[in-house]
Ligand binder design. Structure first.
Ligand code: SF4
Length: 488
């Protein structure tokens, strides 16, 4: 199909979907949905409205600021204890779902999969929970003496009743000499989890960065780098670390997947910060650049084409020794990834994918699908900002549907009308589409699989996509367009 015809069809689909709304809602949502292509001089990636309040009443798929701070940035720091301050539900329902792998003995020196909560009840809401928090901090230190610090993650009620968590944390730190950071990341702040990332970055800037206790004995090398914005989902940061070490770099910190407090504190000793999830950690990367003069570079380790391009970009920052090793590593793995492509491309070529993920993957994984001969026909973000959409344009290969903060109705309709072979989104969407008879992959935590970063992990990615789409289970169910009028 010609690009103009495709673009016209996609615009028609948008019009049809928006026509179900009252005029005001349609006008609002039209600013978040559009079409763009690599040639589009000014397409949706340049103009789409993002990081705005969701329309009340629609089923937004977004998370909250608490989820952005506790669930994404702070939670994976393995030797600190992150206490969810407020009623039990927020902590319990966000526990362990991200699959941030770590090495350590849980409950002794590492705590990522445990749920710590002040478990607020009615009395705490009425009379305040400061005393309860203080007691919880003391109990944590008594029961888990090997913890390397505590972060207090505020849930919504804390902001509403005005508990002074900053003072409680400050006093506990003074009395025990033990790092204690209060993070005011109440869920109602901002429009999505994105503000929680920013608040969490700011607290790391203010409390962890100035801690010089580990820096004085640190011995630098010219090849020291930090991985920023990799949460080690299913082992992603480990896969990344192996590759970087193979090309001759020394990874001194992983932020924050499988990270220790010490790693967080020594990151300002890096020669280069390597930023994977731009959206959640560009703030701290910019801070380290301004404060300590550390340059930062974005990279993309999804799929062999992106990985090779990124490795060369990283190597160009260092000397010829690293560049030579990088070419050797690329040659070694290209043989392996060519075999993966030879095996899976015939099974996947021409399949169409619609993506809807968080703040990075809607653009970063496009190349990995293309390496397998697949085509991304629609993509969108839960909590992106304008700079994320601008970056997306570079990854588009042809006219693509772009949707920001898409809701359940819109995504369902887009899928019905665009007929992808695979929907790759989050757990809230997973069962909706599977029950529609559509192959689905959960792209926040890799659907209990992974890692997906780097060359080795591409074999896992390719196998997962094949299993998702070519499973015989789909012979026993029908996609909506096979059993009803399209668009009904
Ligand atoms: S919005 Fe508030 S109550 Fe809901 S999960 Fe987030 S912090 Fe908890």
């Amino acid at each position: 199909m010609g690009e103009e015809t495709l673009e016209a069809q996609q615009k028609q689909v948008i019009e049809e979907v928006l026509s179900a709304y009252p005029a005001k809602a349609a006008k609002n949502r039209a600013k978040h949905i559009g079409v763009d292509s690599p040639e589009g001089v000014k397409g949706s990636c340049d103009t789409t409205k993002s990081n705005k309040q969701s329309v009340p009443g629609v089923m937004s798929e977004r998370g909250c600021a608490y989820a952005g701070s506790k669930g994404v940035v702070w939670g994976p720091i393995k030797d600190m204890i992150h206490i969810s301050h407020g009623p039990i539900g927020c902590g319990q329902y966000s526990r362990g779902g991200r699959r941030n792998y770590y090495i350590g003995t849980t409950g002794v020196d590492t705590f990522v999969t445990m749920n710590f909560s002040t478990d607020f009840n009615e009395k705490d809401i009425v009379f305040g929970g400061d005393k309860k928090l203080k007691k919880a901090l003391e109990e944590i230190d008594e029961l888990f003496p090997l913890n390397n610090g505590i972060s207090v993650q505020s849930e919504c009620p804390i902001g509403l009743i005005g508990d002074d968590i900053q003072s409680v944390a400050k006093i506990h730190k003074k009395e025990t000499g033990h790092q204690t950071v209060a993070v005011s990341c109440e869920g109602f702040r901002g429009v999505s989890q994105s503000l929680g990332h920013h608040i969490a970055n700011d607290m790391i800037r203010d409390h962890v960065m100035p801690d010089n206790s580990y820096k004085k004995d640190f011995e630098s090398t010219p090849y020291d780098v930090s991985i920023i914005g990799d949460y080690n989902i299913g082992g992603d940061a480990w896969a990344t670390r192996i590759l970087l070490e193979e090309i001759g770099l020394r990874v001194i910190a992983q932020w924050s997947g499988d990270a220790s407090y010490k790693e967080m504190a020594i990151a300002p000793k890096s020669k280069l910060n390597l930023l994977h999830c731009y959206r959640s950690m560009n703030y701290i990367s910019r801070h380290m650049e301004q404060e300590f003069g550390i340059p930062w570079m974005e990279y993309n380790f999804f799929g062999p084409s992106n990985t090779t391009e990124s490795l060369r970009k990283i190597a160009a920052f260092f000397d010829e020794k690293v560049q030579k090793k990088t070419e050797e590593v690329i040659a070694k793995y290209t043989k392996m990834t060519d075999e993966v492509i030879a095996k899976y491309k015939p099974l996947l070529e021409g399949k169409k994918v619609m993506l809807y993920v968080g703040g990075l993957r809607p653009r970063h994984v496009i190349g990995a699908y293309e390496d397998l001969g697949m085509e991304v026909i629609g993509t969108g973000y839960e909590f992106a900002h304008g700079d994320d959409y601008k970056r997306t344009k570079e990854d588009l290969k042809r006219s693509t549907l772009i949707y920001d903060d898409v809701n359940e109705y819109e995504l369902g309709q887009f899928v019905k009308k665009m007929r992808p072979d695979l929907v790759a989104a989050g757990v809230k969407e997973k069962y909706v589409f599977q029950k529609m008879g559509l192959p689905f992959r959960q792209m926040h935590s890799w659907d209990y699989s992974g890692p997906y970063h780097g060359y080795d992990a591409f074999a896992v990615f390719a196998k997962d996509m094949d299993l998702a789409m070519n499973s015989p289970v789909w012979n026993h169910t029908k996609a909506p367009w096979e059993k009803e009028e399209i668009g009904a």
